[in-house]
Design a protein around this ligand. Sequence first.
Ligand code: TEU
Ligand code: CA
Length: 528
Amino acid sequence: MIEWWKKRVVYQIYPRSFMDSNGDSIGDIQGIISKLDVLHELGVGILWLSPVYCSPNEDNGYDISDYRNINPEYGTLADMDELIAEASKRDIKIVMDLVVNHTSSQHEWFKKSCQGVEPYKDYYIWRKKPNNWTSFFGGKAWQYVESRGEYYLHLFAKGQPDLNYDNPAVIEEVKGIMRFWLDRGISGFRCDVINILHKTTLRNGRPRIALVGREHYLSQPGTHRILKELRKDVLSKYDCFTVGESVMVTPKDAKQLCNGELDMVFSFEHMNADCFFIKWLLRKFSPIRLYKSLAKWEKKVKWNTIYLENHDQPRSVSRFGDEKNYPIESAKALAVLLLTLKGTPFIFEGEELGMTNFDMTSMDQLNDVESKNVYSLARKLRLSENYCHKMIWQKSRDNARTPMQWSAQKHGGFTTGTPWLKVNDNHTTINFDCEHDDPNSVWSFYKELIALRNSTPALQYGTFKVSFMTKNVFAYERAFEGKKIGVIVNLSNKKQRVPCVGYTIMSNYGRTQLDCELEPYEAAVLRR
Ligand code: TEU
Ligand code: CA
């Protein structure tokens, strides 16, 4: 029997930017409920919500101060129950974000830990002297607390103290959180930085340009042990699925993480197709680097995840497509890649509209803590203002977080208030209202492609085989029980000569047959 999470398309919602129902400038759960019919029409089967729990928002909800309650900005537990019920009426499952590598420094546990109050004293990682580890957000990974006379570890922002997974009480707390939400009827978790939970040792790390100390916490044996325990004691008791966001994971790690621990993982490798090792070291996008990484992961893991965007990544049409000269063709070409590879596809809100990077004009518009930290660090390192701006404009996580563009009206119809983050000026042409009624829009193409995937087992869970790959063109074949489907994608702004390819099922140029020359950003699903 094929698991349901292999057949459905996931849609990620960043609640803060999705839809504001009460005019307070911030997206909320009632706003999501108001758009369920649109999501149902699009054809998605699972909604992954980025965190809506109580949080001081130092990292926009990835710093949680109460795991069992909803941030009043987003609504209430009753709203959450309503969302789960209303989504279920439309055969849509809800998946929450499990952020348990760290809490917020405003969490009761941390406040008590700072005071040395049992049993919270050892819920976090405290030391008299910091080691040389550095944070994902740049800078040192330790912060001194006067009341305790010690330093605590924070691999992310200062307001995100890492939990201590050598403490069994912490693991029991996590089980309680998971049961609380699964008992409310959610269908699984996207697990935040789940492969760094256990730190094998706090010894100094080898000198590196980024993430000093990572050899002591990336995919360690202790983390595998903990994940097996969570599956045995909690997850195995529910009809649910887990996808693990796993930092710098290798296919070998991924295999182990998906062997009695998680159901699937996100790899970051293909996100390096336009940078050197870390996202801030910019590099010209190379389609074949993207293709090679996608093809590698198709072969190396039992069940893959396919994504090109999320709330941490720039918009794919700005990054891998051509938002200026071929905005619609390249957005559709990326959709073909996203929705015909083998594995569960994850669409990020707005990707189905062809939304583009933030039209940022000044660093003052930045909201993202990572971008602000990295910008100030880069300036201290005497990198030129011009390079810093280019780096932030291209790679800031705010690129993905500008509000959803629902209409051509003021603020894109996202809010009747003043949006918490500026709405892109191009909402006048890139928006749901105009695209919904246009059969040639990006949104309509996504709807058609998702319907094709939802009705084609070869695309949902068929085999994957590379047909050919060139510097700019990727062609592959999917097959299931004798039914074959071909796919071809050109991610360049030039015509590309290819071996004659045949009749199309879908084409982003509306062609019924492809000859030996692809148009710029041409992509097609082919009869075989
Ligand atoms: O992201 C983990 C993470 O590594 C990201 O910071 C990513 O590497 C980087 O931003 C590259 O773009 C998860 C969440 O997705 C992110 O939003 C949180 O800030 C982070 O964990 C801490 O919870
Ligand atoms: Ca609101």
